[in-house]
Write a protein that binds this ligand. Structure first.
Ligand SMILES: [Zn+2]
Length: 118
């Protein structure tokens, strides 16, 4: 039985969930076909739009306190707040997506949810 917690942690840190040595991504979101250290077929685990779904959910939960915080603390006018939040949420989403995709791959690997070509 594979440990899903350590696998997800390794994936989040851009490390192979199997050995913790090789890299998961070869670029921004492209997953390597095979781990360079242990030859685990990481490309066989299809994350599809799962990471995007979880990233959107996390960002939605963060956005509401961010609106409240920005409104009460900075007392900016609505247009400035809107533009600021668009920039901040875009950057946060793109950063978060990579971590979530790594964690998602770790979870799929731990549960052996690989693409069997069904
Ligand atoms: Zn590996």
């Amino acid at each position: 039985m594979r440990d899903s917690r350590s696998a997800m942690l390794r994936g989040t840190l851009n490390r192979c969930p199997c050995c913790g040595e090789g890299r998961v991504f070869s670029g921004y979101l492209k997953i390597v076909p095979r781990c360079e250290a242990c030859d685990e077929p990481l490309g066989a685990y299809p994350s599809a739009d799962g990471p995007a779904f979880f990233t959107i959910t996390i960002m939605m939960l963060l956005l509401i306190p961010m609106i409240g915080f920005g409104w009460t603390v900075f007392r900016s006018d609505p247009m400035t707040l809107l533009i600021g939040l668009i920039i901040i949420t875009t950057i946060m989403t793109l950063v978060l997506l990579r971590f979530v995709k790594g964690a998602f791959l770790g979870y799929l690997w731990a549960h052996d949810e690989r693409d069997r070509g069904s």
